[in-house]
Write a protein that binds this ligand. Structure first.
Ligand code: SF4
Length: 205
């Protein structure tokens, strides 16, 4: 007669078993297919490229046929679309939104301004999007046409269906820390309860 002895936390073991199963069976393809057709971008219009983004979602181009549904709450979205110029002020907002989004999440940089600064290249207050969030697809142009946005959605779908969405972050962490330092200072001053580490229940000093 066999006896099964469970050692460790049952909940953690069940989670690991579910992940193991998903990674090794056709369930994974099904999951990737579902994510590819459920790309919900958070609506963060940073600049004039936003007009082309709006046109992409309008009836003529109908991006919703790709499962692309602009949404308001960052906590219910999985795609951050940087629509043009990212100033330092908006870069901080974009990063906060990125942190709030659940994994798996993706980012698209739209327009020359989001890619490199564009017409504001080397300006004191403009930040390239790749310094703030890890970018999956770039859309060149000033402004890119709605067809280019639709093409970027299809490229991202291909990437998702290949299963290429491991958690990752920007490479220049030092730049990010410097960018977000005023936000962290503000949080520490005004909302100390927001800095409680959920896992440990301890306050971050
Ligand atoms: S790329 Fe052109 S259209 Fe887009 S935000 Fe920059 S200046 Fe505006």
């Amino acid at each position: 007669m066999f006896r099964v002895i469970l050692v460790g936390r049952l909940e953690e073991s069940a989670r690991k078993a579910a992940r193991w199963l998903i990674e090794r069976t056709p369930i994974r393809s099904l999951r990737d297919w579902g994510i590819a057709f459920s790309l919900w971008p958070v609506h963060l219009t940073t600049s004039c490229c936003g007009a082309e983004f709006a046109a992409t979602s309008a009836p003529k181009y109908d991006a919703e046929r790709y499962g692309f549904l602009p949404f308001l709450s960052p906590r219910n979205t999985n795609l951050l679309l940087i629509e043009g110029t990212l100033t330092v002020k908006m870069a901080r907002a974009a990063r906060i939104i990125w942190e709030q989004m659940p994994w798996p999440k993706f980012a698209i940089a739209m327009g020359a301004c989001a890619m490199s600064g564009g017409v504001f290249y080397n300006s004191y207050n403009v930040v390239p999007a790749w310094k703030v969030v890890p970018i999956d697809v770039y859309i060149p142009g000033c402004p890119p046409r709605p067809e280019a946005v639709a093409r970027a959605i299809l490229r991202l779908q291909e990437k998702v269906r290949r299963g290429e969405y491991e958690p990752r972050d920007v490479e220049d962490k030092k730049f990010l820390e410097e960018l977000m330092a005023p936000v962290m200072e503000e949080l520490k001053r005004n909302m100390p309860e927001a800095l409680i580490d959920v896992a440990s229940g301890q306050k971050n000093e």
